[in-house]
Ligand binder design. Structure first.
Ligand code: SF4
Ligand code: SF4
Length: 430
């Protein structure tokens, strides 16, 4: 065992998961990419966007080194303090080899296996949000110089980011944040620049946790868009390797110097079987049809009071969520000649976050939990034309009292129409 920082509730066993993999035979085909039908393993002649190839572990090591060499700051999943979190990646040795996660409501722990897999876990407590939307950031800085106020431009001095090992749900979460920060009315130029320059290599998910429900949200366990390179890790009789789909010219540049093999039918069917196994393994589901409307119609549902009895209003769910974007801004001065406007992550679970001249709009835990969940699953659609939840399950695992968003939303939908009392101002959605 690596470390177990949380409680020891029910865990899905790794042995069961491996059992699923062995049994699984149905496939989800790669439709939109070319693949070699010859069945043999041959060197790829020319790489192009859309090519499916097979990369070895050495090729992955080459890719990490090459990304660094061409100017990226390379980050990927690493083990820190008993959790898998984003960290600096100098090579394959930094990846969590043989490490697996076990998650349940209110529980997360890592276990070490005897295998060589590098990505055989679900998600850690942090997605990639903090790399693009900084927990603490400067919005602007002003200086008094010779009696004039001068605005100082804040520049992002970091190198462009290369992520190796994001999950499909995490790539989907970044697309949700793009809607907020790039495509909305108020463009965040530094977020946009960082995103635009980033290289994202996604590893499709073969080991969902018991808290995952990405299949319900159509954000995993496979990925179809939003990546430079999409990898699926295989480790069977044909060896430890990655089925890789080239998604951009950037990936072509990063793979220059690699001579990957073309993917065979066996590689593709092994990849598809693995992903189908992951889909079947997922135990949590959320029926999203009509969900937004049902939540909006049930703002006075008694379930909000019930969940508030358990909710600590701690904000953990918002901190770990890869799409939550609440922030506060503050001005700080050195009382001499400089003032800085700072932006810091905030949470709708904080009373102060709803403070409007004279008082808090959401003074109770009930109103704050309702705000969080209805925004995620309902009014986010009105604002950004997308859901605010990608089904990563982090808010379930990292809630200290194990409150489960799928359970709470489903309970309200189940009784929609039986108990509902809707304020007249709430727009009804289908
Ligand atoms: S609401 Fe929960 S499950 Fe949905 S994206 Fe946020 S942390 Fe993940
Ligand atoms: S739902 Fe859980 S994590 Fe979120 S504020 Fe309440 S107690 Fe904290």
């Amino acid at each position: 065992m690596v470390e177990g920082p949380r409680s020891n509730m029910f865990y899905a066993s790794t042995a069961n998961l491996l059992h699923w993999r062995q049994r699984c035979t149905s496939v989800v085909m790669i439709d939109s990419f070319d693949a070699n039908d010859a069945g043999g393993r041959a060197a790829a002649e020319t790489l192009s966007v859309g090519t499916v190839v097979v990369l070895s572990v050495d090729d992955l090591a080459f890719l990490i080194a090459k990304l660094s060499e061409i100017g990226y700051e390379v980050k990927g999943p690493v083990v820190r303090s008993g959790a898998i979190v984003p960290g600096a990646l100098r090579g394959v040795a930094d990846l969590p080899k043989g490490v697996h996660d076990e998650q349940a409501p209110g529980a997360y722990r890592l276990v070490r296996g005897e295998d060589n897999r590098l990505f055989d876990w679900a998600v850690g407590p942090s997605g990639w949000k903090p790399e693009f939307f900084l927990p603490h950031d400067e919005v602007w800085r002003a200086r008094v110089d010779g009696g004039n106020v001068q605005l100082v431009e804040i520049r992002d001095a970091r190198r462009p980011l290369a992520v190796v090992g994001a999950r499909p749900c995490e790539a989907a979460a970044l697309e949700v944040l793009d809607r907020v920060f790039v495509e909305g009315a108020h463009r965040d130029t530094r977020y946009a620049e960082r995103r635009q320059n980033a290289f994202v290599a996604v590893v499709e998910c073969s080991s969902p946790a018991a808290t995952c429900f990405c299949d319900s949200m159509s954000t995993g366990p496979n990925i179809e868009r939003g990546f430079d390179l999409a990898l699926t890790e295989l480790d069977d009789d044909d060896g430890h390797r990655f089925v890789a789909r080239v998604g951009s010219a950037r990936a072509l540049a990063a793979l220059e110097g690699v001579a990957p093999a073309r993917a065979t039918k066996h590689d593709l069917s092994a990849r598809d079987a693995l992903l189908e196994g992951a889909r079947l393994w997922m135990v949590r589901h959320l029926d999203v049809s009509g969900l937004a409307g049902a939540l909006a119609r049930n703002l006075e549902h008694p379930r909000w009071a019930e969940v508030a009895e358990r909710c600590l209003s701690c904000g953990n769910c918002t901190l770990v969520c890869p799409t939550c974007f609440c922030s506060d801004v503050r001005d700080a001065t050195d009382l001499d000649d400089e003032v800085v406007r700072q932006r810091t992550w905030s949470s709708c679970f904080s009373v102060d976050h709803s403070y409007l001249h004279g008082g808090a709009v959401r003074p109770t835990t009930q109103s704050r939990y309702r705000q969080w969940m209805t925004h995620k699953l309902s009014s986010w659609w009105d604002q950004f034309d997308t859901t605010g939840c990608v089904g990563c399950g982090r808010c379930i695992a990292w809630c200290p009292v194990g409150i489960d968003i799928t359970e709470e939303a489903s309970a309200i939908v189940r009784s929609d129409g039986a108990i509902a009392v809707s304020p007249p101002s709430v727009r009804s959605r289908s």
